[in-house]
Design a protein. Structure first.
Ligand code: SAH
Ligand code: SF4
Length: 360
């Protein structure tokens, strides 16, 4: 198969150029053309010898994913549906906020982990995205958004919080992260790239060694009984193990805290007793909390916590000395808010993890 050069980070591209008998600096040049300048055409690469350009045209491709639709919200949020083939689609969301522009990137078509409150999880799992499809979301969004009046890129932060569990597509996600961080490509700082995980403990340990970026952990429950139910991966990696993994991660993390995400589900996980248990649970882990009002989707069976319940919950955490943000819902009019990303997931034959028991 003809290689797609968007599948390579710098070491990979250097290896590929070595196979072609080309010097390592050629890989750097091509990396810059593809990602820094957004070129998808070898002819644009004016500092490569014509003979090399011709050779590359024969043996390689630069194929960004194609986007099926684009939607723009009244609040400036934009959402693209990327064509993942076989009538599958995954979503990418751009969220402008003052001087910050955050791109929310997907890592899989669907998700096998079946968190009960998540629209992606309810869709089942189809397949992992390739590196080109993951970094292609950044490539495409940069292309679509253009530059700001100062000529700078508008994407300052990337969060792996779109569809899928990034650490379940480990190798491709790490390669894509390397490209995001590479100065020849997007040059984002490790602090501004966040992986969000539901808590796959062994992969958290590997990420700490391979590519420590900022980490968000989808906690959502303060005890194993409840978390087993709503975040079923907890049955495999229970809270004590998860908290220990968070502590280990911090030894090499670019930030000195873990962000704990906590979706606020009415009557499920939002009482003062839950807040007190949560405070106890994270006692040994430097952290910040991000409370996410539940974003509804059809037949979810959940309601978002009431405004006063969220306030009361937040106040208890704050009184215990925690920094707490309550996530603003963005892009609601285009179903681009957290957990609403449904994309299109067909052919869910590869569902791997089944909920063992869900009592609601
Ligand atoms: N799989 C990863 C990242 C994608 S989900 C993870 O679970 O962390 C990004 C965040 O949105 C997670 O914290 C997830 O739990 C949360 N989320 C999922 N469904 C939601 C919903 N309906 N409302 C609000 N947040 C939701
Ligand atoms: Fe997967 Fe994350 Fe949704 Fe859970 S919350 S089903 S891990 S995408």
């Amino acid at each position: 198969m003809t290689p797609n050069l968007l599948d390579y980070d710098l070491p990979g591209l250097t290896g590929y150029f070595a196979e072609l008998g080309e010097k390592p600096f050629r890989a750097k040049q091509v990396m810059r053309w593809m990602h820094h300048f957004g070129a998808a055409d070898f002819d644009a690469m004016s500092d490569l010898a014509k003979s090399l350009r011709e050779k590359l045209k024969q043996v390689a491709l630069i194929t960004p994913p194609s986007m099926m639709t684009e939607q723009a919200s009244s609040d400036g949020t934009r959402k693209w549906l990327l064509d993942a083939g076989n009538q599958n689609g995954v979503e990418t969301v751009y969220i402008p906020d003052g001087t910050r522009g955050t791109l929310c990137v997907s890592s899989q078509v669907g998700c096998a982990l079946e968190c009960t409150f998540c629209s992606t999880g309810r869709q089942g799992f189809n397949r992992n995205l390739s590196v080109a499809e993951i970094i292609g979301q950044v490539w495409y969004a940069n292309h679509a958004l253009g530059r700001d009046p100062k000529g700078e890129r508008v994407i300052s932060n990337v969060v792996m919080m779109g569809m899928g569990e990034p650490l379940a597509n480990y190798a491709n996600v790490v390669t894509a992260l390397n490209i995001m961080l590479d100065d020849n490509a997007y040059g984002l700082s490790r602090r501004r790239v966040t992986v969000s995980t539901s808590g796959i403990v062994p992969a958290m340990d590997r990420l700490r060694e391979d590519c420590p970026v900022a980490l968000a952990v989808s906690l959502h429950a303060p005890n194993d009984a409840l978390r087993n139910e709503i975040v079923p991966i907890n049955q495999k990696y229970p809270l004590a193990e998860l908290m220990a993994a968070c502590q280990r991660y911090l030894e090499r993390a670019p930030r000195d805290f873990i962000t704990f995400e906590y979706v606020m589900l009415d009557g499920v996980n939002d009482t003062p007793a839950h807040a007190r248990q949560l405070i106890e649970l994270v006692r040994e882990v430097p952290c910040k909390f991000n409370l996410i009002p539940f974003n509804p989707f059809p037949n979810s069976g959940y309601r978002s916590s009431r405004f006063d319940a969220i306030h009361r919950f937040r106040d208890l955490l704050v009184q215990a000395g925690h920094v707490v943000t309550t996530r603003k819902t963005r892009g609601e009019d285009i179903d681009a808010a957290c957990g609403q990303l449904a994309g299109q997931v067909q052919d869910k034959t590869k569902r791997t993890l089944r909920r063992i028991e869900v009592i609601r």
